[in-house]
Design a protein around this ligand. Sequence first.
Ligand SMILES: *Cc1c(COP(=O)(O)O)cnc(C)c1O
Length: 413
Amino acid sequence: MTEQSHGPVRFDKSFTAQQPLPEASVQAAMRLLQSGRLHRYEDFAEGESPVAALERGFAEWAGSRYCVALSSGGQALQIALRAAGVRPGARVLTNGFTLAPVPGAIAALGAEAVLIETGADLRPDLADIARKAAASGARVLVLSHMRGHMPDMDRVSALCAELGLTLIEDAAHTMGATWKGRQSGTFGLAGCYSTQSYKHMNSGEGGLLISDDAEFTARATILSGSYMNYGRHGAGPGEEAFAQARYEMPNCSARMDALRATLLLGQLEGLSRDVARWQALHAAAFGALSRIGALTIPAPLPGEQPVGASIQFLVPEDWDDATCRAFRDACRARGVQLAWFGADRPEGFTSRFDSWRYLPPQDLPRTRAVLARLFDMRLPLTFTPADCDTIATILADEARRAAPVPHQGALSA
Ligand SMILES: *Cc1c(COP(=O)(O)O)cnc(C)c1O
């Protein structure tokens, strides 16, 4: 069915096309632009700054007491680490499989990332966390729910309590995802989100930091560059929480501006609906790709409810690098854009841990073996479940062509 008379099936939608912003965002942004009041601490005629309103709305949506809106997800991580007391030279545990802003935030503090192995389920190896916490003396764990895969959060919480680790969640890929009904980002001291265009809400760039801890949030607020305007934050702690922070924390100027907050406020109303649409789209992609024998797709854990804005799959172990590259290129030629995590040179968002040369070299043989066979495909909300069938037809074809010999092991892995 794939080779039709007019040539092989092609997919012609863009993997990077965003939804248009909701009309409410566009209208409110126009009014804001006409007023010229773009800084978060302007005097807003109608009362509260849109940034403060966003902080209030997002904290409530995420099930957290406090929220600070920032200029990027990377800055949310950096400020969270600093507010958590991480000092230059300190060791910080984090996933070996994550996006570059995570080790980047740790490096920006002059701290040292200690990388944790990732299993074929794409989740960090909890035994490796215990081992490396003991060996390194690290007191902080930045747990990155990379590509939306959350580990067993009951076990993570118990492990952190047992080892005395402060948990900071990188929830950039899990906005709205839950573990046994509880939102990701709320399990530790802080949760960090990104609102850049390829995440669940889109303001071009942006970050949100949530916490239930008043003094931590006070420190983060001063760090964000509040010029002592902390009384004008929407979901901030009271004056008493700032007694020390206002003198001890440097101003790192990473505020969110009113325009981005306005764009996000208009999206917050529909966020739960978008989360449900992503879950449906991911389920469709999961179903369609699961029928391709050569591909192994890490499944959610019981108790986990992810929000897949992308899908990942592993190809058989005997596919070498050249086969992986040829498969990716053949899919791309038919309109299916895949990212491959096995490339030696960092490409797009897929940099591998060994290309973060600003870290002390660390070998992660299991992570390296997983990444060598790992592919990633974006699922923008401009796709429909039917699109997933077209994509699966192309992937099935090209997988067959890449390695025509049947792979017994790959079916059951
Ligand atoms: C996007 C992202 C971040 C933060 O990215 P910014 O571009 O700084 O907003 C952090 N962690 C992960 C896993 C991400 O994908």
